[in-house]
Design a protein around this ligand. Structure first.
Ligand code: FES
Ligand code: FES
Length: 166
């Protein structure tokens, strides 16, 4: 099948790749760019494990063709920590609040939460739950994921984190 050249920025780095018209963004990321943090859980746009940030929007990268990402800026979990290795507030939140168990959903959850906090820096618990409703977790029951995002929001906003009573 004829291949097309695509160019985009991934985690701040310009990349070029040759892709088939049918190549999905998740396959470009995982198989050609070796960015295996975004996972494939369903391949049918249900689970959110493949979520990445594309031009300021959360997208499920199993439902985007690589050619559609031409010229875009993408962030994946590999681009969340600082250049010095310092964890992003969300990564810290998931660690501190035990927001993961098997970790399969975590890269997608963190990327979704990243965009949620960009759009709404101080979300309520309900807003967090609605905001991550496209991302499924089969392990945690979500409570600690919500706390992890609240922890990150507090850290980013420079206010003390107060754990809500359950
Ligand atoms: S693998 Fe993309 S939504 Fe499940
Ligand atoms: S931590 Fe296992 S699926 Fe979410």
């Amino acid at each position: 099948m004829a291949k097309s050249q695509v160019s985009m920025k991934v985690n701040g780095k310009a990349i070029d790749a040759l892709v088939e018209p049918r190549t999905l963004l998740i396959h470009l990321l995982r198989e050609q760019l070796n960015l295996t943090g975004a996972h494939i859980g369903c391949d049918t746009s249900h689970c959110g494990a493949c979520t990445v940030d594309l031009d300021g929007k959360s997208v499920k990268s199993c439902t985007v063709f690589a050619v559609q990402a031409e010229g875009s800026e993408i962030r994946t979990i590999e681009g969340m920590a600082g250049a010095d290795g310092a964890l992003h507030a969300l990564q810290e939140g998931f660690r501190e609040m035990h927001g993961l168990q098997c970790g399969f959903c975590t890269p997608g959850m963190i990327l979704r939460a990243y965009r949620l906090l960009q759009e709404n820096p101080s979300p309520s618990e309900d807003e967090i739950r609605i905001g991550i409703s496209g991302n499924l977790c089969r392990c945690t029951g979500y409570q600690n994921i919500v706390k992890a995002i609240q922890f990150a929001a507090a850290k980013i906003n420079g206010v003390p984190f107060q754990e809500a009573a359950e």
